[in-house]
Every structure is written in structure tokens, then in C-alpha cells.
Ligand binder design. Sequence first.
Ligand SMILES: CC(C)(COP(=O)(O)OP(=O)(O)OC[C@H]1O[C@@H](n2cnc3c(N)ncnc32)[C@H](O)[C@@H]1OP(=O)(O)O)[C@@H](O)C(=O)NCCC(=O)NCCS
Length: 312
Amino acid sequence: MTTIPQHRGTLSTTTGAGHARIWGVGGYRPERVVTNDEICEQIDSSDQWIRERTGIITRRYAALDETVVDMASAAALEALKAAGITASQVSTVIVATVTHPYQTPAAAPMVADRIGATPAAAFDISAACAGYCHGISLANDMVRGGSATFVLVVGVEKLSDFTDRTDRGSAFIFGDGAGAAIVGPSDYPGIGPTVWGSDGAKWDTISQRNSWIEMRDKEIAWPAITMQGQSVFRWAVYSMAPIAQAALDQAGIKADGPRRLHPPPSQHAHHRCLGQAAQAARAHCHCPRHRRHRQHLGGLGPARDPAHARLG
Ligand SMILES: CC(C)(COP(=O)(O)OP(=O)(O)OC[C@H]1O[C@@H](n2cnc3c(N)ncnc32)[C@H](O)[C@@H]1OP(=O)(O)O)[C@@H](O)C(=O)NCCC(=O)NCCS
């Protein structure tokens, strides 16, 4: 038997825009250019090896006193300008990062305050390289669901703070930077359906070496982020094509429609990996070759996609 609640009105719910789109993007690259030769001062490697394996020629490192919030705010201001809206029109700020060095507060409310977007709702998401895509997907649903009008999505990392410069398996790949996008209402569908998922069983393929608790209780080194390169590489090559096909199917577009294939960052971070994954995807999707900016950015995690979009 269903019990009907007494003396309670019907809830009102929000109604959002019919569609959402990206109104503008922005990016920020720190000044300091770090060459492969500089990286090789601390690991047994070479400029040639790094170029051949990853495609990376240089990456940027933020200054010691330059924070995730600084970089995110610079990218956000550029995105606002590109979108032609003011900070006061932003109703939600989402920051995707894994290198904001405070457990709390999150970086997003600090960014909102810095750019004058208060009292926008603001929160961080921790999804590493996939963080920006998660943010865009959330923003899309928020605009269409009516809980936000304009959403600022920022992907930002200061990976130089969490890189073990003596680790031969990862020191060459990470860099610093920020990218941002404004998602807002649209008369036409500007953001396609999201095909997403996770595989927590592979948690240790890219992970912080130790937890903060272990750091507190044991005499261990700084818990940098480490990577099992081969496992990431294999996962990237074999899983991307079916995911790309599912996204095309859900969006209802033909395989030769997209002008660019933008693989998720883990696939993108490695030259051969990217080549093979794109080739595999083309076998399913016939997507034309996409452009690459990674050569001078390195692995930027969630900052990569908007930063690339800004570079064109
Ligand atoms: C990290 C990565 C470049 C390593 O390349 P790889 O070809 O898989 O390297 P391997 O670990 O298999 O090692 C191959 C050889 O290179 C050597 N090697 C490993 N690291 C090296 C380095 N930094 N410099 C020079 N040689 C190195 C190994 O000792 C090994 O030598 P051997 O054949 O004589 O035994 C590659 O696995 C990769 O890009 N994975 C994906 C990374 C990624 O996308 N991460 C996402 C985060 S942004």
C-alpha cells in the first residue's frame, strides 16, 4: 500500500535551457619553459628518447609561489572575456584538479572569489586527466537541468609540485598549466552526450605514491604521483576506439562527421600511444587526423583540453 504524505505541497522543480554550448575558452601557461635536457639532469634519459616516446619537446613549470588558484583564475578571466560575459553572471564554478595542495577549502571557491564570481556555487572535482571532461558534462546537465545558467569549468594542474624529478618513469611527462571554458544556454545542441565510466581496480597505474596519513606516520619521501607507463599505454590503445564509437552512436552522428578526434589526456600524452589509438579509432570512426599541441605542454591532466582548444 502506498502512503500518501499529508499536508505537503508538490515540489517545484527547475526547468533549464533546451541545450548548452561552450561560449568561450581560455588558457594559461606559466612562463618557465623546461626542456627535455633539463629533465635529463636528474634522470638517466635523453632528449631523443623523450621526444620519440612522448612527442614532448618542452613543458612549462609554474613559479614556486604560483598556485593552482593563480593559474586557474588567469585562464578563467580569459574564458569570460572570450564568452563575452561578466564574472557576476557565472552561477557555478567547477575546478578539476588533483594538485591543489589543500584538503579544504577547495580551489573553486577561491577562484570564484578571485575573479569576482561570488556568490556562485563552487566545488572541485577529482578525476585527474578526465576532470575537464567530467566538468563539461556536469555543466551541460546543470544548464539543461536549470540549476545553473553559466558554468565556469576550469582544468588546472601544478604537477611539478607532485613530480618526483628523479623518477625515470614519470619525470618527463608532467607539466603545469590551466584551461577554462564557459558553458551556457544554447538554441542548438553544442555538447554531445557523455559516454563515461571508471575502473577503480586499476587505481595504482597512476597514483599518489603514499597517502597523507602515511606521510604523517612514517618517514617517507614526499608522496609524488607515479605512473606504470606500460599499463596506461596498453589501456589507452585498446579502450579508446569502442568508447569513441559509442559517443558517436549516442550523438547520432556519422563517423566521418567530426573534424577532430580529441582523445582523453592519458591517450593523448604519449606520441605512439596517440598514434595507435587514433588509428584504431579511425578504423571504427574514420576520423581525420587531429592537431597536437602536446609537444610544448607535456601532460597537463584536466588543463589539456581547454588549453588545446584555445590554441586552436
Ligand atoms: C611512459 C612511457 C613513455 C614509457 O615508454 P615505454 O616504451 O612503455 O617504456 P618501457 O617502460 O617499456 O621501457 C622501455 C625501455 O626504455 C627504458 N626507459 C624507461 N624509461 C626511460 C627513460 N625515461 N629514458 C630512457 N629510457 C627509459 C627502459 O629501461 C627500457 O629499456 P630496455 O628495453 O633496455 O629494457 C610509455 O609507457 C607511456 O607513454 N605510457 C602512457 C603514459 C600516459 O599516457 N600517461 C598519462 C598521464 S598524462
